[in-house]
Design a protein around this ligand. Structure first.
Ligand code: UDP
Ligand code: MG
Length: 344
C-alpha cells in the first residue's frame, strides 16, 4: 500500500454478484469526492454465486480494494467484524453491499466525524421496498431493544455507520461470538450522533435475512445487552404465587360455605396445569438461551476462518487479536493448532 487510507469502507458480501460492480462504482464516486485516500474491504461470507471472482477481479484492477474470503458462511455480523479487524483507516464505515445503504450518504457521515463525533450512525427515516411485516417487526424490535437494554441504542438504525479508529479499536477487543454490532458500538460511548437517510430497496437479489435468522439475531441482541428476560421471571413467579394464595383462600371459603362438591370439576385443573407448564417451558427456553451463549463464549472458538485474501499485501492480520481468528498466513508460522484453539 502506498498510502495509509484515511477511510476504510467495510462491506459484508454474501451472494451479491449482481450488485458488486455498481456498489464499487458508487463507493468510488462517493469517496473520491472527499479527495482523501480510502480502502474498500469486501468480506466474502461464503458466497457461492461467483461473487468471489468478481471481487478478486475488482481487487486486481483497483489496489484500494481488499478481499477477505471466509472458509464458509459465518453470518453478517461476523463478516463485519472481520472487516473491522482488517481496516486501517482513521475512520471505519460499515455498509451493506446490496446498495440498500446508499454509498452517497458516506460523505455526510464523514462531515459529522470531522465535526468531532466518534460514532455517526445513519438513521432510516424511510424503508423502501420492504414488506409491511418486515417494517413493522423491525420497528417493534428497535423500540423493544431500546426499552429493555441499559445502553441507549438509537431506534431505526442498522449497522450503516462510521466509527472513529479508537472505537474500532475497542470493537476489536470485544470478541464475543453472539454479536450485535450496533449495540456494541453504542456501548462504547464517546460522542455519537445520527444522520437521517432513506433506506433504498434491494436492486438485485434477495434478502439473506429470512425469519429464522432475524429471530436468532433478535435473541442475540436481547441476551447481549439485557437481563430483563431473566428478571421478569421473578415478577411472574411473584404474581402467580400471590394469585395461588388468593385462589386457595377463595376456594376454601366457598367449600366451607357452599359444600364439599363445589369445585369438583377437573377442567380448571387441567387448563391451569397446561398454562403453567407452558410458562415454565418458555422460561426454560429463555434460560437456555443465556446458558447456551455462555457455553459458546467459554468454548472460545475463532470468530471466523479466513480461507484466502486478495489485495492484502502484509502477511497476517494487522489488527487480529490473539487467538480469535484463524488466518492462513499465521497458521504456517505457528504450526498446526488443535481445532478450536487460535494462535497464542
Ligand atoms: N450478508 C452476509 N452474510 C450473511 C447474510 C448477509 O455477509 O449471512 C450481507 C449481505 O450480502 C448484505 C448485508 O449482509 O451485504 C445485509 O444483508 P441483507 O441485505 O440480506 O439483509 P437485509 O438488508 O435484508 O436486512
Ligand atoms: Mg439488504
Amino acid at each position: 500500500m502506498a498510502e495509509k487510507p484515511r477511510y476504510s469502507i467495510v462491506a459484508p458480501v454474501y451472494n451479491e454478484a449482481g450488485n458488486l460492480r455498481r456498489f464499487y462504482e458508487e463507493v468510488q464516486a462517493a469517496l473520491d469526492s472527499t479527495g482523501e485516500a480510502w480502502e474498500l474491504l469486501l468480506i466474502n461470507d461464503g458466497s457461492v454465486d461467483g461473487s468471489q471472482e468478481i471481487m478478486e477481479r475488482l481487487a486486481e484492477a483497483d489496489r484500494r480494494i481488499k478481499v477477505i474470503n471466509f472458509a464458509r458462511n459465518f453470518g453478517h455480523q461476523i463478516a463485519v467484524t472481520a472487516g473491522v479487524d482488517y481496516a486501517s483507516g482513521s475512520a471505519v464505515v460499515l455498509i451493506d453491499a446490496d446498495l440498500q445503504d446508499p454509498p452517497a450518504v458516506i460523505p455526510r457521515l464523514i462531515a459529522k466525524w470531522k465535526e468531532g463525533y466518534d460514532v455517526v450512525y445513519a438513521v432510516r427515516t424511510e424503508r423502501k421496498g420492504e414488506s409491511f411485516l418486515k417494517r413493522t417487526s423491525a420497528k417493534l424490535f428497535y423500540r423493544m431493544i431500546h426499552r429493555i437494554t441499559d445502553i441507549s441504542i438509537p431506534v431505526d438504525t442498522g449497522d450503516f455507520r462510521l466509527m472513529d479508529a479508537k472505537v474500532a479499536d475497542v470493537l476489536r477487543q470485544m470478541r464475543e461470538h453472539h454479536r450485535f454490532i450496533r449495540g456494541m458500538t453504542s456501548w462504547v460511548g464517546y460522542r455519537q450522533t445520527g444522520v437521517p437517510y432513506v433506506r433504498e430497496k434491494r436492486i438485485w437479489g434477495e434478502t439473506k435475512y429470512p425469519w429464522r435468522k432475524m429471530i436468532a439475531f433478535a435473541l442475540d441482541a436481547v441476551t447481549s445487552f439485557s437481563f430483563f428476560p431473566l428478571q421478569i421471571m421473578l415478577y411472574i413467579s411473584l404474581i402467580l404465587g400471590i394469585l395461588s394464595l388468593l385462589v386457595g383462600i377463595v376456594i376454601s371459603v366457598l367449600r366451607i360455605t357452599m359444600g364439599e362438591e363445589f369445585f369438583g370439576g377437573q377442567a380448571t385443573t387441567i387448563v391451569l396445569l397446561l398454562l403453567l407448564s407452558s410458562f415454565q417451558l418458555f422460561f426454560l427456553f429463555i434460560l437456555g438461551q443465556y446458558v447456551a451463549r455462555t457455553y459458546d463464549e467459554t468454548r472460545d472458538r475463532p470468530l471466523y476462518i479466513v480461507a484466502s485474501t486478495a489485495g492484502i499485501s502484509e502477511p497476517g492480520v494487522r489488527n487480529q487479536r490473539v487467538n480469535r481468528a484463524v488466518n492462513p498466513d499465521r497458521s504456517q508460522e505457528d504450526g498446526l493448532r488443535e481445532p478450536g484453539k487460535g494462535p497464542e
